[in-house]
Design a protein around this ligand. Structure first.
Ligand code: FNR
Length: 336
């Protein structure tokens, strides 16, 4: 069941057609005609979870366990290694239950090695032992815990009871000595939820907002018995979540994801207060449709555009980019 679902998530993601808007287009950045920088001066390196990475880009959680997951994870991990950027694996619940699925996760660490960053992934109901085992299996640097009530409700076989998840997260925080990242899966994290998480000790949140991968549609394609189209536009757009979460204390490490597709999206995310941007669906599309070379060219394009934008803002490095002034327009202005 779990294995089939993993395959269907990838296949159905590639079939989705609904286009959401993360509202990063409503962020206005002012052009600097006198940048006083050379293109070669632009430094995109940054510190993430205690290690230096070359670009503020995370290959975000997608897969592991299905028959073709190993190939996908091999390619994604090779990209992560080549660009020196972190990678999160997909949910490891299947690896805890089915021994023969483990290699598709382990391969990620084997390729990335100890110098890079590998992140584990489990759901909000995972036990402390599950967390320990998931981290140990791939010797990961951190653990992502995904919150996905909307996705679960859209699944016929999904959870219906979400009681006790924050208590559970607290016990994982109290008992696991690796960084814990709380993320959504594309419906976003509100300021209130982030505050609740912050108050129990969470210091890393990936907003995983609305505007990219749409699990309401992905699950609806798996379960056509119910028509969920009225909920395809459910969720907090990534730009809204970023601006709202940045009002929380500065020691909250914010990751921007949800519809991040371009260098402009990455640059704007950082201006709005993220330390790094996660990409899932768009990278998967390039990989599945065009292979490794195409996925690599896509990441190179993101990086090149990011460097262009940094120069045109007169920002030499990521710390300077974070201090860029911005204006909001349109729907984003209405929602914040
Ligand atoms: C995902 N995502 C995901 N998230 C997670 O925490 N655990 C998981 O196992 C998965 N599985 C998964 C499969 C597929 C095929 C996709 C496309 C996505 C969600 C992902 O990490 C991310 O939060 C959302 O996809 C939003 O980002 P994008 O895709 O809009 O860049």
């Amino acid at each position: 069941m779990r294995r089939a679902r993993k395959r269907e998530h990838i296949e159905n993601y590639l079939m989705t057609s609904f286009k959401g808007d993360n509202l990063l287009g409503d962020v206005y950045l002012e052009h600097n005609a006198l940048p006083n920088l050379s293109f070669d001066d632009i430094d995109t390196r940054t510190l993430f979870l205690g290690k230096t990475i070359d670009y503020p880009i995370l290959i975000n959680a997608m897969t592991g366990g299905a028959d073709f997951s190993q190939e996908i994870n091999r390619d994604l991990a090779t990209l992560a290694k080549e660009f020196n950027i972190p990678m999160a694996v997909g949910s490891q619940t299947i690896a805890l239950e089915e021994e023969d699925s483990r290699e598709s996760f382990k391969i990620v660490k084997e390729i990335i090695g100890d110098d890079g960053i590998v992140i584990s992934n489990l759901n909000g109901q995972a036990s402390v032992d599950d967390a320990r085992n998931a981290i140990e299996l791939i010797d990961s640097d951190a653990l992502q815990i995904h919150l996905n009530p909307a996705q679960e409700l859209a699944m016929e076989e999904g959870d219906r009871n979400f009681v006790g998840v924050s208590d559970n997260i607290k016990s994982i925080l109290d008992n696991i000595d690796k960084p814990i990242i709380i993320k959504e899966v594309g419906f976003g994290i509100s300021k209130d939820v982030a505050k609740t998480l912050y108050d129990i000790g969470v210091r890393n949140i990936d907003v995983a907002g609305y505007g990219g991968t749409n699990f309401m549609e992905i699950e609806n394609l798996r379960n056509p018995a119910i028509d969920l189209t009225e909920l395809y536009s459910w969720g907090i757009p990534t730009a809204v979540a970023l601006i709202n979460l940045r009002q929380l204390p500065n020691d909250l490490n914010i990751i921007s994801s949800g519809g991040i597709r371009s260098g402009m999206d990455v640059a704007k995310s950082i201006v709005l207060g993220a330390n790094i941007s996660g990409i899932s669906g768009e990278l998967l599309s390039y990989l599945v449709h065009g292979g490794y070379t195409n996925a690599k060219a896509y990441l190179e394009d993101i990086i090149y555009k990011m460097r262009m934008i940094m120069l045109l803002l007169g920002k030499r490095d990521i710390e300077e980019l974070k201090k860029t002034n911005y204006k909001v327009t349109g729907k984003l202005k209405d929602l914040i």
